[in-house]
Design a protein. Structure first.
Ligand code: 5GP
Ligand code: MG
Ligand code: MG
Length: 185
C-alpha cells in the first residue's frame, strides 16, 4: 500500500476513504461547473487545511475558474476553536465584482467562516458562496453559515487527513479519519 493510504496507528476510525473523497469532490465539481458556467469564479482556498480539497476540486471543474489563497488561523495547535481568527496571508487578487467561492476544509463552529465572509464582503464581490469539504453534523451549531456546496457531513469528533491536521501532522493522509483522543489529550 502507498504511504498515506494505509491506516495510520493514530487513527481510530476511517470515515471517508480516498475513493469516497474522490467521488464526493467530483460531485461538487459537477455542481459548481453547472452553476458557474460562463462565469469565471475565483476559488479562495483557505490555507492550510483546504489545499488538498481545492487542488482536487479545481481539477473536477470543467468551466473557467481561478484560484487564490488566504491563510487564516483559528485553532493554533489545539483541537478547539479559539474564536480568535488571524489573517496570516491575504489574497493577491482583487475580488470587487468577482464571483467568489470560498473553499474550506471543515465547518465546525462557523467562527472562521463568519469572520472570513465579513472580511471578503467588505471588498464588494459580485457574490460569495461556500464550498465546505466537510461539515460537522451538530444541529444548530453553525446555523448562521449555510454552505452552498457540502462534500460530506462528519460526526462531532476531531478529524484529520485529506489536508486536515493536528499540530501540522496527518495532512498527507489520503483519507479522512477520527484521531485517537489519546494523541491530543
Ligand atoms: P470553526 O471556526 O468552524 O469552528 O473551525 C474552523 C477551522 O478549524 C476549520 O477550518 C479547520 O481548519 C479547523 N477544524 C475544525 N474542526 C476540525 C477537525 O475536526 N479537525 C481538524 N483537523 N481541524 C478542524
Ligand atoms: Mg480551515
Ligand atoms: Mg489546523
Amino acid at each position: 500500500m502507498e504511504q498515506g493510504t494505509q491506516q495510520h496507528p493514530d487513527i481510530e476510525k476511517v470515515l471517508l476513504t480516498e475513493q469516497e473523497m474522490r467521488g464526493i469532490v467530483e460531485k461538487l465539481g459537477e455542481q459548481i461547473s453547472k452553476d458557474y458556467a460562463g462565469k469565471n469564479p475565483l476559488i479562495v482556498a483557505v490555507l492550510r487545511g483546504a489545499f488538498v480539497f481545492t487542488a482536487d476540486l479545481m481539477r473536477t471543474i470543467t468551466t473557467e475558474c481561478e484560484v487564490d489563497f488566504m491563510a487564516i488561523s483559528s485553532y493554533g495547535d489545539s483541537v478547539k476553536s479559539s474564536g480568535v481568527v488571524r489573517i496570516i496571508k491575504d489574497l493577491d487578487t482583487k475580488i470587487e465584482d468577482r464571483d467568489v467561492i470560498i473553499a474550506e476544509d471543515i465547518l465546525d463552529t462557523g467562527l472562521t467562516l463568519s469572520y472570513l465572509i465579513k472580511n471578503l464582503e467588505a471588498r464588494h464581490p459580485a457574490s460569495i458562496s461556500i464550498a465546505a469539504c466537510l461539515v460537522k453534523d451538530v444541529k444548530g451549531k453553525h446555523s448562521a453559515i449555510k454552505p452552498k456546496y457540502v462534500g460530506a457531513y462528519v460526526p462531532d469528533a476531531f478529524v484529520v487527513g485529506y489536508g486536515l491536521d493536528y499540530a501540522e501532522k496527518y495532512r498527507n493522509l489520503s483519507y479522512v479519519g477520527i484521531l485517537k483522543p489519546e494523541v491530543y489529550s
